[in-house]
Design a protein around this ligand. Structure first.
Ligand code: I22
Length: 235
């Protein structure tokens, strides 16, 4: 099968089909121009993703502050995504349970896709579309936040989770690729990145770190010695 060398669908940088390769010895360090160009195009295409994000920086700042207020009250963040988005979502929960830049108390944040036994049992017994929705019913409480990451904004398991969360008065945020899309429509608020899928995922990590900056700043402003320990029976 002839590979599709173009990036034309994204309306971003496009590449012509490469000429036939000369025989290349492994380890020779030779990089043909078409390969060099596709790598350069990928890097160039990060910039539109970043521009898209910069236009939504106010929302990221508001999310960080809002999340700080809720988690300081003892509410919880639930997060989920598939594939690359699962990795990004897990990065966020690690920043909250561990720490971001500076020392502070830990907060309750769970990546639902990382619950391997629950995921496999629910998928096996109820179907993959229910893997997150059922966990939202189990772990989510009124006033919590559910953040859902998706490049397409179409994954049925995320859409179902958003639907269940809304019924439970859990605030829903979507971090997606180009929008509008079904997930951004289903959630209370969304940050959408107008970029190729892989570049959107890279943008998602930047968005999450930016949100963590706002979160940590707000936690620092409002912290008491027992901050984050209220409401869920921990001491
Ligand atoms: O990382 C990538 C592609 O960049 C893939 O693993 C990708 O995350 C998977 O195909 C996901 O299943 C796509 O789901 P979604 O982001 O559209 O909700």
């Amino acid at each position: 099968m002839t590979p599709d060398w173009s990036l034309r669908d994204a309306g971003l940088r496009t590449l012509a089909a490469p000429p036939a390769l000369p025989a290349v010895l492994p380890g020779s360090g030779f990089v043909d121009p078409a390969t060099a160009d596709i790598v350069q195009a990928h890097l160039d295409n990060v910039l539109p993703a970043l521009d898209s994000l910069r236009r939504q920086s106010g929302r990221l700042a508001a999310w960080g502050m809002d999340l700080a207020h809720r988690l300081l009250r003892g509410q919880r963040l639930l997060a989920a995504g598939n594939g690359g988005s699962a990795a990004e979502a897990q990065h966020l929960t690690a920043e909250l349970v561990g720490r971001f830049d500076g020392e502070r108390v830990p907060f309750s944040a769970i990546s639902l896709h990382a619950e391997s036994s629950a995921v496999t049992a629910i998928a096996n017994d109820y179907g993959y579309d229910d893997v997150f929705a059922r966990q939202v019913r189990a772990h989510g409480r009124s006033g919590d936040v559910l953040i859902l990451l998706s490049t397409s904004g179409k994954s049925p398991n995320l859409l179902r989770a958003a639907e269940v969360a809304s019924r439970l008065n859990i605030t829903t945020w979507a971090l997606t690729g180009a929008g509008p899309n079904p997930l951004s429509d289903a959630c209370d608020e969304a940050v959408m990145i107008d970029a190729l899928n892989a570049n959107a995922q890279e943008g998602h990590l930047i968005a999450l770190h930016a949100m963590c900056r706002a979160f940590d700043l707000e936690v620092g402003r409002r912290s008491t010695p027992d901050a984050g320990l209220q409401g869920r029976g921990r001491s």
